[in-house]
Write a protein that binds this ligand. Structure first.
Ligand code: NI
Length: 221
């Protein structure tokens, strides 16, 4: 299941973030330095140096906003967010077809996210393309919105043709590693919340809630 988050960051925060990220003193490095051996040849972007104090401050801010989002909690069931990095692509840059590594320094990657930081009018191209058996889905969101998708998907970033694409990407280790199980739990959680809103802590609510908790107990880790 893939889902969109809107308004992860407010416009003033976004503006401040962009100012700091695009300032001349920010330390951007070639992205292929951090790619897995099989993705190195197709990764053409720049990333903010993860060791820099600027990265650490901004990554913490973005990670907290994402992790606090109710939809992330309910649909991704995070153990932790990890590996957040800031990526920029100018004309001719992009990221060819690849799958994200299963394990990274910060944990297992069950769920991937891309948070768009730049107004879509500020650049051309640069769409995130997610592959599924039905074909490719093109994702290009407003600044401050994010797409969250299973890390099991092949995906790519189409080449930027003008302007500059600026995003934060990262991963979530989930309590439930299987995407179909996460989806069942998300449906049940959504249903029990709606029932609770409509009729309070009714008998039906208790039964759905029990199923939710017991499935999470079975599948969670
Ligand atoms: Ni990727």
């Amino acid at each position: 299941m893939r889902f969109q988050l809107e308004g992860v960051l407010q416009s003033q925060t976004l503006e401040e973030l962009r100012d700091e990220l695009l300032a001349p003193q920010a330390d951007w490095r070639p992205g292929h330095e951090s790619a897995g051996w099989h993705a190195r040849g197709v990764k053409h972007n720049r990333q903010l140096d993860r060791a820099s104090p600027l990265h650490q401050r901004l990554a913490a801010l973005v990670s907290e906003s994402l992790e606090a989002h109710p939809l992330v909690q309910s649909a991704a069931l995070p153990v932790r967010l990890h590996g957040l990095l800031f990526s920029r692509c100018g004309p001719g840059e992009g990221y060819g077809r690849h799958v994200d590594n299963a394990f990274m320094a910060g944990g297992r990657a069950d769920v991937s996210f891309t948070l768009f930081l730049q107004d879509p009018a500020a650049y051309s191209g640069g769409s995130l393309m997610l592959e599924s058996p039905a074909g490719e889905e093109e994702v290009r969101l407003a600044a401050g919105s994010a797409i969250v998708y299973p890390s099991t998907l092949l995906h790519r970033v189409a080449p930027v043709t003008s302007g500059e694409r600026l995003v934060a990407v990262g991963w979530i280790q989930s309590r439930v590693r299987d995407a179909e199980r996460r989806e069942i739990l998300f449906d049940l959680d959504t249903a029990r919340r709606q029932i609770f809103q409509r009729e309070g802590k009714s008998e039906v609510f208790d039964l759905i809630s029990r199923s939710y908790s017991n499935l999470l107990r079975r599948w969670g880790e």
